[in-house]
Design a protein around this ligand. Structure first.
Ligand code: PHB
Length: 288
């Protein structure tokens, strides 16, 4: 791979430019991009121009830049994020209607949980979660579910890292966290009382993918008021089972007798049966 004088590959420098944007820094000037990416301004100028040419970055009239819609177009083809979200969304809506608090879907991304969807309403409890945002694994119910089902090596590497304290209740001690991870695997759910904010309780369960491995956590963030969480856990388990069943069907080969209409679209698109049939037939006719 081509490497500049900095020793970083061209790809990693382009990615550093894209990574300069964040959920709370969506509009940046060139000098902000350079500072946040650690890339000299003249190089950043050239890299930004290349990314703009490919529509990965968009320039606004006020001379700021934002991430380009082209990135969303590619992201919409990620089975592990938006495909999963398509399948999960109707079930999340049912949870949200029943619990009437934040309902969210997170996946493991590096050493954090990345949230791919969140349903909220204005009068819900305080919540740090943003769609496209990340939270520390040890501090959230979703993160603990995901870490509990990660490889032992990944768990130990994480437990050996510096673990941030958000409140007096955030678990930080590796031995205590190992017990929490074992309990999460045994119980099939995690209740995190005040780990991120004293007023908020996270409740999360695992979602299994087509091969049976845990691919996501589905969770609610509710008031931290000592209410018995059993009924919410039951709602989450039912939703997670349905999502897992739909993911298994979505990944069946089109000629499997159990496969539903939709062919190659199914791992990304979950629409009505008629729409799925139409998508497959219009592709076969070369219309798309
Ligand atoms: C949690 O999943 O435990 C959680 C997530 C976000 C919050 C609070 C709790 O703001």
């Amino acid at each position: 791979m081509a490497r500049g004088s900095s020793g970083r590959s061209s790809l990693s420098r382009h990615l550093a430019i894209l990574d300069a944007f964040d959920v709370d820094a969506a509009f940046l000037t060139l000098s902000q991009i350079a500072r946040r990416s650690g890339i000299p301004i003249s190089t950043a100028h050239r890299l930004v121009a290349e990314l703009e040419e490919h529509r990965f970055i968009e320039r606004l009239d006020d001379r700021t830049f934002r991430l380009g819609v082209r990135l969303w177009e590619l992201a919409a083809r990620t089975p592990g994020a938006l495909g999963l979200r398509e399948v999960a969304l109707p079930h999340m809506q049912q949870i949200h209607a029943a619990v009437r608090q934040h309902t969210q879907l997170g996946v493991l991304s590096g050493s954090e949980v990345l949230f791919v969807e969140r349903l909220s309403m204005k009068d819900a409890v305080v919540n740090a979660t943003l769609v496209g945002g990340r939270l520390a694994l040890h501090a959230s119910s979703s993160g603990i579910v995901l870490l509990a089902h990660a490889s032992l090596d990944a768990q130990e590497a994480y437990l050996g890292s510096e673990l941030e304290r958000f409140t007096a209740s955030t678990p930080q001690d590796p031995a205590g966290l190992r017990l929490l991870l074992a309990k999460a695997r045994h119980d099939g759910f995690v209740v995190a009382d005040g780990y991120i904010h004293v007023d908020a309780r996270g409740i999360a369960v695992p979602v299994h993918g087509p091969e049976g491995a845990v691919v996501a956590a589905i969770a609610v963030v509710v008031p931290n008021d000592e209410t018995d969480p059993a009924s919410i856990i039951a709602i989450l388990h039912k939703a997670a089972e349905r999502i897992s069943a739909e993911l298994r069907t979505a990944y069946l080969s089109p000629d499997d007798p159990g496969a539903e209409p939709g062919g190659g679209f199914r791992s990304l698109v979950h629409s009505s049966t008629k729409s799925m049939e139409y998508l497959v037939s219009s592709r076969a006719l070369g219309r798309r």
